[in-house]
Design a protein around this ligand. Structure first.
Ligand code: FDA
Length: 576
């Protein structure tokens, strides 16, 4: 029988990333997909800062930024009657507004990029393979059985038809929104599937003349009928600037799904572009449905689900593939520590505690964003509850109604910040579980809107704030110092006893902990003073940071016996 430590079902963003992280941490894994290659349609594209940070930790940030469309081309998002038609409003998205750009660049060493799934997945899977993952294409997962020591999966080679078994210590179900693994282990799901109908039309056409002056990844089309089904409005999405595109258009889910043939697709393209003379080269069409569903539990025994298998929602906010990759990052270091004998299997239970609240949060957020388009349609007089006499043209009137309508439209467009500039949702995840040792301080309050703004803190459970430091290798982010599959301890001048403590705890427990002193004349210097402002502890305090860059433990002073204090903390969070 074929054996491995971790069998990963699915090579999408979740499975591909899980394989990359585990392979990088030296964990034997097999990743399988029922198809002959990775994603064949662009699907996810918004790649948020947290995901770019994870790729930076994996040493492949340059690969993804090299393939993606740069941040400065992502943000002039237009609302229009068609691309060639009237423009109703514009919103600067993904942190491209000058004010928001400051928030984004202050918060991370990275910027968001636009990277279609068709280009991202091959990077994940091929880098994983180059680091030791065994990749099996055309291989379908059929069933699993688990016992106290492992999981036996039955799979089918779709080329030969042969059925065989793979024995693994753990299995990851990263098999998408219709996950058979989640079903087989009976994960409790909340919400409902198939609540709206949607179709994708991928095509090539040179649309430069309509978009080059307002470069963006998204152009929203507000026409009668555009609010039926789908993701809130008609969408023309850039796949490659400015000649490859994906249109998302809704259909009424209570009716049979339409057959989107070439004639229908071309008509929709011409209608949304507003120009039926453009040459359209159709690349493919598909229909899909909008879901509002999340898992209340993400694992059972030795089987862990991630990605769309545990959160199913529309693409609004661009959270699907990002969250899938971030799920994998959360689980991978835990599996690695357990498999290397450095942590108790109890550590794995914290995956559920930490990631299921996020599954619910993003499913709710994405669906709320979808419905919030309704405010714009109403402001344009396109809904039954709009004030009488209001039309798209009445917003141009010099009347009290015109003034009110213009104000309402501005507010409706601003509300879309919650979809397109939700920096707090993208970056502000804070974990609560036994893999975080609390320091007794209450959670710091959000000084600004928690969804729109990221609030940096070193409160245990939060991601370490980004600050630029100077070291032997030049300027590095705090995010560059941590990660790499191991724990990191950060202290300041006078906290050298923490360094010794880290070294002896690492030796006693056999768990790598890399200590750093940050301060003048030390290996890392805080020349800008940004770290001193962000760290929320004095020089002699310390932060213990998990391999996934979340704060595991924080001390505000040097105790009498730092080794004892640190050992207790590490033992607790690793369940030992
Ligand atoms: P995914 O579905 O991608 O992969 C599942 C994998 O499992 C595949 O490899 C499949 O072959 C395999 N599999 C399934 N069953 C199997 C079986 N029985 N045996 C073997 N293999 C099996 N997200 C985002 O973050 N930003 C964005 O901008 C967008 N935009 C976007 C636009 C559109 C139009 C759509 C439809 C979706 C998005 N998304 C998005 C969402 C994103 O595409 C989605 O969340 C991720 O693909 C989920 O990744 P997973 O790896 O979980 O599943």
């Amino acid at each position: 029988m074929i054996t491995t430590d971790v069998l990963i079902v699915g090579s999408g963003p979740a499975g591909g990333a899980a394989s990359l992280f585990l392979s990088t941490y030296g964990i034997d894994n097999i990743v399988l997909t029922r198809y002959g290659w990775t994603a064949n349609t662009p699907r996810a594209h918004i790649t948020n800062q947290r995901t770019v940070e994870l790729m930076r930790d994996m040493g492949i940030e340059d690969q993804i930024t090299g393939k993606g469309t740069a941040h400065h081309l992502m943000g002039q998002t237009a609302f229009c009657t068609s691309l060639a038609g009237e423009e109703i409003g514009r919103i600067r998205t993904w942190g491209t507004h000058p004010r928001r750009l400051a928030d984004y660049t202050e918060a991370s060493p990275t910027l968001p990029i636009d990277l279609p799934q068709t280009l991202f997945e091959p990077i994940l899977v091929s880098t994983a393979a180059s680091r030791g993952a065994k990749v099996r294409f055309n291989t379908e997962y059929l069933s699993l059985e688990q016992d106290d020591d492992g999981v036996t999966a039955t799979v089918r080679d779709r080329l030969s038809g042969e059925t065989y078994q793979i024995r693994a210590k753990y299995l990851i179900g990263a098999d998408g929104g219709r996950s058979k693994v989640a079903q087989d282990i009976g994960l409790p799901m909340a919400g409902s599937m198939d609540i709206e109908g949607s179709m994708n039309i991928v095509f090539e056409a040179d649309l430069s003349k309509y978009v080059a002056h307002r470069p963006s990844v998204l152009y929203w089309v507000l026409q009668p009928g555009a609010q039926i089904g789908g993701i809130g409005a008609g969408l023309i999405r850039m796949v490659r600037p400015w000649n490859e595109w994906l249109i998302v258009w809704g259909y009424d889910i209570t009716q049979p799904a339409p057959v989107v043939d070439e004639a229908m697709a071309t008509e929709i393209v011409h209608n949304l572009v507003g120009d039926n003379t453009i040459d359209v080269k159709l690349k493919g069409t598909s229909v899909w449905s909008v879901n509002h569903m999340y898992a209340e539990k993400a694992s059972s025994g030795r089987v862990f689900c991630m990605g769309d298998a545990i959160h199913r929602h529309p693409p609004s906010n661009g959270l699907g593939s990002n969250t899938s990759i971030q799920d994998a990052y959360n689980l991978a270091w835990k599996l690695a520590h357990v498999l290397k004998g450095q942590a108790s299997p109890d550590l794995l239970k914290t995956y559920d505690d930490e990631r299921t609240p996020i599954a619910q949060q993003i499913v709710d957020r994405a669906n709320k964003s979808r419905t919030q388009f309704g405010q714009i349609f109403k402001a344009l007089g396109m809904t039954p509850d709009a004030p009488e006499g209001r039309t798209i043209d009445s917003r141009k009137d010099d009347t009290p109604e015109g003034i009110a309508q213009r104000e309402e439209l501005r507010a409706a467009i601003e509300l879309k910040d919650y979809e397109f500039n939700a920096h707090g949702v993208e970056l502000g995840q804070r974990y609560r579980s036994s893999a975080v040792v609390t320091d007794g301080t209450p959670e710091p309050p959000y000084e600004r809107d928690a969804e729109l703004y990221y609030h940096p803190t070193t409160w245990p459970g939060a991601r370490i704030p980004h600050a630029w430091l100077s070291g032997h290798e030049g300027t590095v982010s705090t995010l560059d110092v941590v990660g790499k599959g191991r724990f990191t301890l950060l202290t300041g001048i006078g906290g050298e006893a923490w360094v010794k403590a880290a070294q002896s705890v690492a030796e006693q427990l056999g768990v790598p902990i890399e200590p750093f002193v940050i301060g003048p004349g030390r290996e890392l210097e805080d020349l800008y003073g940004d770290w001193s402002r962000a760290r929320e502890i004095p020089d002699r305090g310390c932060l213990l940071v998990r391999p996934d860059a979340h704060i595991a433990f924080r001390a505000s002073e040097l105790p009498a016996d730092p080794t004892e204090t640190l050992q207790q903390a590490v033992s607790q969070l690793l369940g030992r």
